[in-house]
Every structure is written in structure tokens, then in C-alpha cells.
Design a binder for this molecule. Structure first.
Ligand SMILES: [Zn+2]
Length: 316
């Protein structure tokens, strides 16, 4: 199937670029490499600035360092990457045969409680933000705050409203269950769980319950399949486990809610037959073998995220 490309809604490669250097994209020290992105036909890659929990504070400073790594990457490969700042850039990247690079932030801790920082991040090119990591921050509780049953705070509501207004994708991976439902109720735009899987296939706290996936689908959102073995299946995983999550979610809530959110470079281990983006083609091939319709495979590979991003970045 030649007529497809990949949108991957999560990788942590900026951390490697910041820590080791831009050479990681070519010397095999990261999952995501220039050759891998090309070989895997990745047309749009989210690059996350992971600011971690508060103990790594100051979070804003850490985030800015990662945003600097993003710009280092763009400047080092001007002919390869095109920054995605609005919906038209998605098409532009495709037409120019470039890889769209969408800057995201993982962890609303980066705001340090100031809404002005959100607007500044928008001006710096951030177009998606994961509201929490695993723990509580000023916006909401994360998935590992399992005793508090806490949802979105007043500040979290303020941030959500401003993200909707600015045109930033709201990401609910890592947020507590209560927080998820609060966001679904309050958001006027569809949202994403950029790197999460199905809890019913593998009951890990980072995965989404059936009800959450159904609501995401109703609201035209997307869940990006995460390739981390402990979220897929346990200590070991392979391609078949990724397919299991896709199959299950397709049956539960429809093809239109499924995307890819590999988590490359944020995970110490990948499934045994997946090295990096170069192996996206093997997932596509497997779906073809299983008689998924080409039109549905294109939706999973890029169409669903394209629909979501066109809506959030372009207006809907
Ligand atoms: Zn994450």
C-alpha cells in the first residue's frame, strides 16, 4: 500500500537531542532517526518536551531547554522538517515531501501555575500539551494519584479553555480518570490521548477504560497506540500485541478513534519486532494481511489524526 503515510503523536526524542546532541538522529542512539522516519514514511511526528514531575523542577526551564532542542533539530535539517503551526502546514509538509514536526509539551507543570506561560508556549510553537504526567500538578491529578479521586482544578479548567481558544490539542494521556471525564465534559474541541492503549486488553493504569475510549470516539478524538511493552502486554511484547489493541478498540468504538503514538525514546524497550519508525510498515502490512480495508488502514495511519488536527489547529 503506497498511498499512505504515518502520523505519530508521541516521541521523546527531544530529550535525547538535549542530553546527547543532534547527532543522535544519525548515529543509532535514539529510536527515532532520520533514516527511520524516511523508511517508515512518517509524514508528521509530534516531538514532546517532557518536563517530568515537580521534583525535576524548575519545569519551565527544563521545558525551554527541550524546545531549544526542537529548534536545533529544525535548523539542522531545514530540508527535511517543516514545523506544524496550523492546519495548512500539514498539507504543506506533504506537498513539499517534508516531515511535519509538531511541538508538544508533556506535563502542564511547565506552566508553573501561570496562564501567561501557556500563551508564551503557544508563541514558541507549542501546539499540543499533555495536561499532566503521572502525578498531581496545578491542573489536575495524574493516573498514579489513585487515592485522591481528583480531577481538573480551577486552574486546569482555565488552561483547558485557553487551549481551546488558542487552537492547541488537549492531550489526556497520563491524566486521572476523574480528570479525563472533566476534560471531556468541558472541552469544546475534540481531544486526544496521544500515547495510551486499551485497559480491557491489558489492565495497566496508563491505559484507557472502555467508557473513556467510547467517549473519545463520540467526541471525534483519537487514541494513539503506545508501543511500550508494559502498556501493551507485560514485560515482553511484539507486533501482535499492538494489533490486539487496535482490533479491540476498532470493535469497541470504531476505526475513527485509532492512531499511533509510539512513545519512541520515552521507553527503554520496544516490542521485539519494532526498532523505531522504520517498522511502521510492518504494522501496516500486518493490518493488510488481516484484511483491514485500505481505507481504514489509512485512517489509522494518518487520517484520524489529520481530521483531529485540522479541527483543532484549523477551526471546527
Ligand atoms: Zn508519556
Amino acid at each position: 500500500m503506497e498511498n499512505y503515510y504515518i502520523i505519530d503523536s508521541h516521541c521523546d526524542t527531544l530529550g535525547k537531542i538535549a542530553d546527547i546532541g543532534i547527532n543522535v538522529l544519525q548515529d543509532g542512539q535514539s529510536h527515532v532517526s532520520i533514516e527511520g522516519l524516511k523508511a517508515g514514511r512518517v509524514g508528521l511526528q509530534f516531538f514532546a518536551a517532557w518536563v517530568g514531575p515537580k521534583k525535576y523542577s524548575p519545569c519551565l526551564q527544563k521545558g525551554l531547554k527541550l524546545i531549544d532542542a526542537y529548534y536545533t533539530m529544525l535548523n539542522s535539517y531545514p530540508d527535511l522538517f517543516l514545523p506544524v503551526l496550523n492546519a495548512a502546514d500539514i498539507d504543506r509538509a506533504r506537498k513539499q515531501n517534508k516531515i511535519g514536526a509538531l511541538l508538544s509539551v508533556e506535563g502542564g507543570d511547565i506552566l508553573e501555575g501561570e496562564i501567561a506561560n501557556l500563551r508564551i508556549l503557544y508563541h514558541l510553537g507549542v501546539r499540543s500539551m499533555t495536561l499532566t504526567w503521572n502525578y498531581r500538578n496545578e491542573l489536575a491529578d495524574g493516573v498514579l494519584e489513585n487515592k485522591s479521586n481528583g480531577g481538573l482544578s480551577s486552574f486546569g479548567h482555565e488552561v483547558l479553555k485557553e487551549m481551546n481558544r488558542l487552537g492547541m490539542l488537549v492531550d489526556v494521556s497520563h491524566i486521572s480518570e476523574k480528570g479525563f471525564y472533566d476534560v471531556i465534559e468541558a472541552s469544546v474541541k475534540p481531544i486526544a490521548a496521544t500515547h495510551s492503549n486499551a485497559w480491557s486488553v491489558h489492565p495497566h493504569p496508563r491505559n484507557l477504560k472502555d467508557e473513556q475510549i467510547k467517549l473519545l470516539a463520540i467526541q471525534n478524538g483519537v487514541i494513539g497506540m503506545n508501543f511500550y511493552p508494559p502498556f501493551l502486554a507485560g514485560q515482553e511484547a511484539n507486533l501482535s500485541h499492538i494489533i490486539k489493541h487496535i482490533d479491540y478498540i476498532a470493535g469497541l468504538a470504531g476505526i475513527e478513534v485509532i492512531g499511533f503514538g509510539s512513545d519512541f525514546d520515552g521507553i527503554e524497550k520496544t516490542p521485539e519486532d519494532i526498532r523505531g519508525p522504520e517498522d511502521f510498515y510492518s504494522i501496516i502490512n500486518e493490518l493488510l494481511k488481516l484484511n483491514y480495508k485500505e481505507e481504514d488502514i489509512r485512517k489509522i495511519a494518518y487520517g484520524n489524526y489529520e481530521r483531529l488536527l485540522n479541527c483543532v489547529l484549523g477551526g471546527c
